[in-house]
Design a protein around this ligand. Sequence first.
Ligand code: HEM
Length: 335
Amino acid sequence: MRALFSLFAVAVIIVVVVLAVTTDAGRLFFGTILPYAAIAIFLVGMVYRVIDWARSPVPFKITTTSGQQRSLPWIRNSNLESPRNKWGVLGRMLLEVLFFRSLFRNTKADLKDGPRLVYGDAKWLWLAGLIFHWSFLIIFIRHFKFFVEPVPGWVMMIQNLDGFFQVGLPIFYITDGLILAALTFLFLRRVLIPQMRYISLAGDYFPLFVIGGLVISGMIMRYTPLRVDITDAKLMGVGLVTLDPVLPEGLGAIFFVHLTMLTVLLLYFPFSKLTHMAGVFMSPTRNQANDNRVRRHINPWNPEVKVHTYEEWEDEFREVMKAADMPLEKDTESK
Ligand code: HEM
């Protein structure tokens, strides 16, 4: 039901766009007004979330560790598993963000005959997640050709590498096939595994369908007779980023569907689980060094404690103590 609800929501958006862009007002709304509004909401929303996280107090040192902490010189420390300094934190964070290192350690538990609880590897989610995110990034970078003139050499290089196998004409991009396969896996995993289906919410399916819609509409524009005129698309793209929006006549409904899928994604982003894109950097379990044997972590929630040191106490009772012949740490007269 939750999957169907999300699918229905995306289908309704597509139908509304297709109908609306038959009018000038509709083209203006979905081609200019909504995209700019979405970019603004995305930027403000994400900045707000990051500032909010940054201002949250971190009462404890809660680094996630899975290796030896730095202690005595003859015990080998694992600076990636239990970072002792900023370099360790940086290295671990980079491996996490670029290669999903902690997900690589994902395990599954099965109840076998016996009954016996058996643990095993579970690498498919890691692989599909990695393929999905990397393909998305490469497609995003390839799209720079629609927004900048001249197109940078490195963008063309990535595009040529992506079309390396030169399957058919227009050349098939490897990332198009990979992202579709990964999205299919991520979706099927949620609907076919009963435990996953049970915990999946509409908010888990919706982004999959929106990104699916974005990719499929893009592929329709490239590989089917509904091809888009690249010159028109570029005019529109450059107009959008130079704040001089134009909507060439040649851009058909499928282009507006493509653009609206991205617009919806941007609008939805700051309010959803997709904020993990920025959140991963703000997570205290990952961005702190495990150095609490060296550096004292002060809890910002601690109230100001009024202390009365021994020194102050001795100053207060010096005369009485002296009269009682009690030992003093600081004998003012003898000095
Ligand atoms: C991050 C957001 C976006 C994603 C993930 C995305 C995804 C895709 C995909 C998968 C394709 C299929 C062909 C290919 O891989 O190049 C495609 C094609 C296309 N996209 Fe996007 N797109 C995005 C944003 C945009 C935007 C903002 C525009 C507006 C100018 C745009 C315009 C196009 C056009 C014109 C094509 C056809 C390309 C061709 O015929 O070679 N896309 N898109």
